[in-house]
Design a binder for this molecule. Sequence first.
Ligand SMILES: CC(C)(COP(=O)(O)OP(=O)(O)OC[C@H]1O[C@@H](n2cnc3c(N)ncnc32)[C@H](O)[C@@H]1OP(=O)(O)O)[C@@H](O)C(=O)NCCC(=O)NCCS
Length: 213
Amino acid sequence: MSRHSRSRNLPPIVAFPPSSRKRTLPPNDQSPALGDQPRQLSSTELTTAEMDSIRRLMIVAFGSEDEFTDADWEHALGGRHFIVEWSGDIVAHAAVIERELQLGDRALRTGYVEAVATAPDLQGQGIGSQLMEAVNAFIRETYELGALGTGRLAFYGRLGWLRWLGPSFVRTADGLVRTEDDDGWILVLPTSTSPALDLSAPISCDWRPGDVW
Ligand SMILES: CC(C)(COP(=O)(O)OP(=O)(O)OC[C@H]1O[C@@H](n2cnc3c(N)ncnc32)[C@H](O)[C@@H]1OP(=O)(O)O)[C@@H](O)C(=O)NCCC(=O)NCCS
């Protein structure tokens, strides 16, 4: 998931929601947003309208099309989506994509988290945490490891994610390439099938266009 994204040609995006006023969830977690588990579906099950809605949400939550690019959107497709809806809107989203990470020389089937955001006017009310609890549960029952790249260390740290302290690399056709700009911004989530983790060991990801981590 990119922390610093680059600009691409995207269709014009309207503000989400149309008003910039803050929406407040009803007390006692009785709102649909916090009362139900996030909906889970694969990319192929998303309607075109849902895809557009999620993409708009990402661009507004990340701040601009420069911060959430075409490549960032491509990175969010092909796996499992987690969606929170409220008052007919998709108000939060996360995706988990399968990638192969290597810790030292051990390859791990990894659930890589992408495109996490809550509508700006609903942030700070627990929706993102609820979403990530569902993502965590899915990763724990499906993968040998969870991973993501982020600048929001405290948010994920509170939810059990650990900061990788070792040097990061990407595996390319020409071999391992250092990704020092990503050092310290990669988090992992251990699962019951993870090996013992040495957080200071080298870590590498498979190559992809755009931000590799
Ligand atoms: C990161 C993000 C997804 C969090 O979503 P959110 O719905 O605001 O998440 P929560 O409300 O569960 O938690 C946000 C903060 O509010 C606090 N909070 C949660 N419920 C709260 C409540 N009822 N009252 C007050 N504060 C609350 C949490 O402690 C949390 O603090 P922390 O980030 O320091 O841990 C959201 O800020 C966002 O979309 N940011 C822009 C996109 C982005 O940066 N995505 C992640 C990049 S990897």
